[in-house]
Write a protein that binds this ligand. Structure first.
Ligand SMILES: CC(C)(COP(=O)(O)OP(=O)(O)OC[C@H]1O[C@@H](n2cnc3c(N)ncnc32)[C@H](O)[C@@H]1OP(=O)(O)O)[C@@H](O)C(=O)NCCC(=O)NCCS
Length: 127
């Protein structure tokens, strides 16, 4: 939220009529020069496959365009073919792969580093 206030990122949430967030995702404008990088996209499991992810990606692309940028980027784990298929359907093209890692909470409550391999994808928003 601090980064959003500083203008480095946009953070979006799709909410119900009573303001419950059911889908979230961000756009990072610092990760790749000249592009907006989509990250942390997630839809409440019970509401997946209803089109909310598509809405969120399109809203994120509108934010990127409104900053005068013409490219969207994202990384998707190689173990997540369904998300990759969604991005391909929305016009994203794979161009490289890259290891990534982040902290996560283990079932016993301890914090551990999760390591994974991601496919890098991008989309030209000016076409
Ligand atoms: C990946 C994710 C963000 C996609 O969001 P979503 O809301 O499920 O995506 P959509 O509903 O827009 O599209 C996905 C599916 O719904 C279908 N769909 C899209 N619009 C639809 C509509 N109006 N009615 C019915 N089905 C629809 C699509 O055909 C697609 O089919 P699939 O379930 O076989 O993949 C979400 O599934 C998620 O949070 N997954 C767990 C976290 C994760 O993997 N995040 C991605 C990190 S890169």
């Amino acid at each position: 939220m601090e980064r959003a206030a500083a203008g480095e990122v946009d953070y979006l949430a799709l909410c119900t009529a009573v303001d419950l967030p059911v889908a979230i995702g961000g756009v990072d404008y610092r990760a790749v020069p000249g592009a907006g990088t989509l990250w942390q996209l997630a839809v409440l499991p019970a509401l997946q496959s209803c089109g909310l992810g598509t809405l969120l990606v399109r809203a994120a692309e509108d934010r990127i365009r409104s900053r005068g940028l013409g490219r969207a980027e994202l990384g998707v784990e190689e173990s997540n073919p369904r998300a990759r298929a969604l991005y391909e359907r929305l016009g994203y093209v794979a161009y490289d792969r890259q290891p990534d890692a982040w902290e996560e909470q283990a079932p016993d409550g301890s914090i551990r580093t999760y390591e994974t391999m991601c496919t890098l994808m991008r989309k030209d928003l000016l076409r």
